[in-house]
Design a protein around this ligand. Structure first.
Ligand code: GLN
Length: 484
């Protein structure tokens, strides 16, 4: 059962081949057997999952099932879940039981889906390797000496090892696309505003966006259809109609104009990764797509601009964790100041503290214009680069990451090198565009991802382009040997 996609599982549930309870038990057993070495889940909510599965089986029996009814999912532990611990990968929220559901979670519940549990992640979604989690690192199912990517590393590893058929993630600078690439999954980061952020613990509010980890683009289309839409509780969610994302999957890509940004194929790109991207380009050429070189001239500014904007917003967002209202509180505080200082000092990990310090500095009086304002201006230039490019091309393609997965511990003493592992993904967040990563090959048995970027709210196009590739390749079906 666990090699099936959401679409195949839905068909199996509908035909009575298996029940949602059987399916859910199967995944819970897989988690018990395999997650010891991967550490992809922080919480397994088996009681809730089985109750939801029972309910789903009744809905299916009554003929009222939707496409996701009875399908188990893993949810990133950044989404508030009513009655279930929501830690955001931090000691700060280790004791936090959310009193309400995030809108994304509510959407899955309304669709009759089953929640297997909450997945491990970098602390407050800050990281590219899932090593900053309070709950310990997540291991890459393709080789447990390697990182799964981050920050949604648990969500990626869980699906890669088929400990869930699909999962949610969030992408502030690449945290869906990068781990999807490193774990051989289809990762979708929708346009900013496409999916509600209500109840999704904020890291950098102008960049954060929820999305999906799936085996196929078709499954991503099914999930996005449930997650997307206007939410009055999130003023940044957009009032744009939600199309049927599965309706256009089968359009051919003959004549599709694809831009290859020369800055994304320059120094720093691993030669073997470059070859896999070339192979993917050749597949698309066979399908009739046309390629042109384009330029995104401000690409080199995206990582520096991001590492001002994201820390600035995080320093502001994380000021709510003060030991008073929720989360960790230090023992026996002497006075209010001591309470604040020690609760935050003891509750946050090193990377989170580093970001808060950088952000507070960049926002402080006298430096605001020099750093934050400047970064915002650069952000505009980066967005303009994409707008110019999309006058010539329908989509943009590039590698998702410059290298395949790196080893656990390899970049721990070198935050700058860690930051640069998102070099191809970050600009998309700064511009607010939708992006995907699609499996396109292996280097020494470690997966490589092809990134596809589309204009604002063109998720249907993105999914269509990815789906067509998956009709003629089978990289997305590869599973690590020991999880078959
Ligand atoms: N790796 C980037 C960071 O550490 C992106 C994280 C994310 O997308 N949540 O900020």
């Amino acid at each position: 059962m666990h090699t099936k996609t959401i679409a195949q599982l839905a068909a199996g549930l509908k035909s009575g081949e298996f029940s949602s309870v059987e399916l859910t038990e199967h995944y819970i057993n897989r988690i018990k057997n395999h997650d010891g070495e991967l550490n992809s889940y922080i919480t397994v909510s088996d009681d809730i999952a089985l109750a939801q599965a029972k309910q789903a089986d009744e809905t299916i029996a009554n003929g009222k099932a939707g496409l996701l009814t009875g399908i188990p999912f893993a949810q990133k532990d950044i989404f508030c879940t009513n009655g279930v611990k929501t830690s955001c990968g931090s000691k700060m929220l280790d004791n936090f039981i959310a009193p309400y559901d995030a809108t994304v979670i509510e959407s899955f519940n309304n669709a009759g889906a089953v929640m297997l549990g909450k997945t491990n992640m970098d602390e407050f979604a800050m990281g590219s390797s899932n090593e900053t989690s309070f709950y310990g690192p997540v291991k890459n199912p393709w080789d447990t000496e390697y990182v799964p990517g981050g920050s949604s590393g648990g969500s990626a590893a869980a699906v890669a090892a088929r400990l869930a058929p699909a999962s949610t993630g969030t992408d502030t600078g690449g945290s869906i696309r990068q781990p999807a690439a490193l774990c051989n999954l289809t990762g979708l980061k929708p346009s900013y505003g496409r999916v509600s952020r209500y109840g999704m613990i904020a890291f950098a509010s102008s960049l954060d966006q929820a999305g999906t980890f799936t085996q196929t683009a078709e499954d991503a289309a099914l999930m996005l259809g449930v997650m997307a839409g206007l939410d009055e509780k999130d003023s940044t969610s957009i009032d744009e109609p939600v199309p049927d994302y599965t309706a256009s999957l089968n359009q051919d890509v003959k004549g599709l104009k694809v831009g290859l940004p020369k800055e994304y194929f320059a120094d720093g790109l691993d030669v073997e990764v470059a070859k896999r991207i070339d192979d993917a380009i050749n597949e698309y050429k066979k399908l009739g797509a046309e390629f042109v070189e384009i330029s995104l001239p401000n690409t080199h500014l995206s990582v520096p601009a991001y590492y001002i904007v994201a820390p600035a917003e995080c320093s502001s967002n994380l000021s709510r964790f003060d030991g008073v209202r929720f989360g960790y509180r230090c023992e026996d505080p002497k006075d209010l100041e001591d309470l604040y200082k020690r609760s935050r000092g003891e509750g946050f990990g090193d990377e989170v503290k580093r970001r808060i310090m950088v952000g507070a500095y960049a926002l402080s009086s006298g430096y605001y214009d020099a750093y934050y304002l400047k970064a915002q201006k650069i952000r505009r230039l980066i967005a303009n680069d994409f707008s110019e490019a999309f006058k010539q091309v329908d989509v943009i393609m590039s590698p998702t990451t410059p290298t395949p997965a790196f080893k656990v511990g390899e970049k721990n003493d070198d935050p700058i090198s860690m930051y640069y592992s998102d070099i191809y993904t970050i600009a998309v967040n700064l511009a607010g565009l939708p992006g995907m990563s699609v499996p396109c090959g292996m280097v020494n048995n470690l997966p490589v991802g092809l990134q596809i970027i589309a204009p604002y709210f063109a998720e249907a196009k993105l999914l269509n382009v990815a789906h067509q590739y998956q009709q003629v390749t089978d990289w997305h079906q590869q599973i690590p040997e020991q999880y078959k």
